[in-house]
Design a protein around this ligand. Structure first.
Ligand SMILES: [Cu+2]
Length: 163
């Protein structure tokens, strides 16, 4: 009877372990809200009557994402790192982007990057580079693997108990 109680405790621990795993695994797949994980992000430079001059004005991306600004307006604009008060900081500068043309830049560092248009200093935007919120495939696979093994163990142990 005593050993049976111990066995029940063992099974309960396993079930608890698997339960905790099932709570953890889905949360690993979730993304931080508003963070674009696609690694390729487009910002549209819009005419004043259409939307924000830089649309979206503020974006969250993950490291090493390529951001492309497409000029949908009918006048030229620049995408220049820095802000109108302090001026260009030299990190990136598109030069004049003519209507219909685009400019791309890969953000390799984590941080907040302000930019503006040198022709129209009222046009400003922000790119925020976050730590990658999505786990590498390996770690997710590892968790699923552990859960499968544990589940199999429970089934085997339960079956063994009935024999
Ligand atoms: Cu402009």
């Amino acid at each position: 009877m005593k050993s049976l109680n111990n066995f029940g405790l063992f099974n309960f621990s396993l079930i608890l372990f698997v339960f905790i795993l099932t709570m953890i695994i889905p949360s690993y797949g979730e993304e931080i809200p508003n963070t674009n994980s696609s690694k390729q992000v487009t910002i549209f430079i819009q005419p004043p009557n259409v939307g924000m001059p830089f649309d979206p004005k503020e974006i969250h991306i993950i490291q090493n994402s390529l951001v492309t600004w497409i000029n949908n307006d009918n006048v030229s604009h620049t995408v220049t790192s820095g802000d109108p008060q302090q001026g260009a900081n030299g990190k990136f500068d598109s030069g004049l982007i003519k209507p219909g043309k685009e400019f791309s830049y890969t953000f390799t560092e984590i941080g907040t990057f302000n930019y503006y248009c040198q022709v129209h200093p009222a046009m400003t935007g922000i790119v925020i580079v976050d730590v990658n919120p999505v786990p590498e495939f390996g770690s997710l696979f590892g968790l699923v693997f552990v859960a499968l093994i544990t589940g199999t163990l429970i089934i085997l142990k339960t079956f063994e108990r009935r024999i």
